[in-house]
Design a protein around this ligand. Sequence first.
Ligand SMILES: [Zn+2]
Ligand SMILES: [Zn+2]
Length: 651
Amino acid sequence: MSEISVTLPDGSVRHVPAGSTPADVAAAISPRLAGAAIAAIVNGRPVDLDVPLATDASVQILTDRGTDALHVYRHSTAHLLAAAVTNLFPGVQCGIGPATDEGFFYDFVVPRPFVPEDLEAIEKKMKELAAQDLPYQRQMWPREEAIAYFTSRGEPLKVQLIEEKTDGQREVSVYTIKDRQTFVDFCVGPHVPSTSRLKGFKLLNTSNAYWKGDAKNQPMQRIYGTAFFSEKELQAYLQRIEEAKKRDHRKLGRELGLFTFHAWAPGAAFWLAKGTTLYNTLADYMRGVLFPSGYVEVKTPLVYNKALWETSGHWQHYRENMFVVESRDGEPMGMKAMNCPGHMLVFASDVRSYRDLPLRFHEQTPLHRNEASGVLAGLTRVRQFSQDDAHCFVTQEQIGAEVERLIRLVQRVYSDFGLPFVAKLSTRPDEFLGEVATWDHAEAQLKQALDAAGMAYELNEKDGAFYGPKIDFDITDALGRRWQCGTIQLDYQIPQRFDLKYVGADNAEHRPIVIHRAIFGSFERFIAILIEHYAGAFPLWLAPLQAVVLPIADRHADYAAGVRNRLAAAGLRVELDARQEKINYKIREAQLQKIPYMLVAGDREVAEGTVSVRSRSGGDQGARTVDEFVRQALAEVTAKGEPEAGLAAAS
Ligand SMILES: [Zn+2]
Ligand SMILES: [Zn+2]
């Protein structure tokens, strides 16, 4: 029998008989690996464990770790879900069932929407099928036979998929679980070898869906679930989503009186008093970071003639995302969806010399994007928002130093919020504008800047924008979720489109380079992240209301008002709760509002000129003079620390 050589991920080579499967390869390596194997990657392609290897190949055995393996595992669980649904609901039609970053889903055509009891029954059935250790088996059927089979079963959607995806093929790939009676699906695979391999899965919820995501198509019901390699990982995940629900910024935004929405302004927040304070605190914080770093703030128009958008290219490529309006003279106008084009006009409004560069324009005015109503979600996907946006105009030689300064700004800002983060460098994509040499030079400068700033980074080859390479920053919140916020993008194209020039030391005209950059990203989205990260319990420097003064009885109200005034005069955000309620009730309410400090005033405090301090999470902190409290609170604001930490340090 002829032999083939199999190259393993560590570079070692094994010789096995031709026709061996990845399962055989795993068994030859170790029984433990054979037991843990769920699929394989052969020559870069994920395949089933029982696919015969005809020629020399590179083989990686997928076990219970890594995203590739989890993807196969979750998709296999989607099949199990469909098997359970088709068993329990005869006549149901199956759509598609992919794995996702968080789990999997499967779409079905059913006579009535699923109810929670259905999900319980389906999950129970899935567990039964899993316990029976049923094999996933791939079969190649003649295409006509597959079409006839799914037609006879009343599954026109599957027939449509086969017709679209296998045009010109003689055979199509289908998978059974156990046999045709138990479950059969049109699918290219791969899957785990058998149902008993699926250990930790849970159905989560259902939603309305449409065939191929198009509202003009057949309405369907989607079942979402998730799956992990072990029950323990599953439980940890379920706990995390439970916690995420509690922290949902839409829920906390309402409970804490930060913002609201109305159906007549979809995707645009109404910032209530406390939310506006938080917003302004962040806006002023950012100004405080940027101004000493050489930025100037500008305000540019919100509505522009279409000529501007034609020059920038947005009219041709982005118009469907813009709100287009008309002036009373019938001129087509576009509402500003980003600040860049306006900043180009500001740059071009004067003669610029090399001595002026780098020139840095910062702007926080509102932007509008015409998002589809279906994708709007709280503050994370909106139609109106503001960015902590800026454009830096630099010479070719200044790129490295400017990017290094930017990375240091990003590092400073995220550390002020206690947010860990990572950087990702994205390089020249296949479709790009400009010269390769220019790109190489820019990418080299970005790498140097990252190294100089001591910033580790992931490399995303070919993931840059068509107009230049970029560095993106992902922060990780308290629940371990990653959010992309900051970005630094080099742009060689927009200065050309606007024919920007500066006069160089040689007295000749040169083209500047533009760096688009943001650190928060949008204020709206960043606030959503902060609300969920802190679970609404903002550190003192961010808390919309930093302290509340609580008189115990009416006779303490004047004294309490005096305390309130002294705190306010010192620049603290403070309220007086003089309602005729029991002190414990008032404390509980302040606690629910997550106010960092509650200052209680009764007979003793009035007599001694003090307040009894309670902190949101540390409880009773004892009595302090008003001056002492003010001093400690202001120190804590300056340090941007947590409430308890500040007081503990001070006492
Ligand atoms: Zn499949
Ligand atoms: Zn920009």
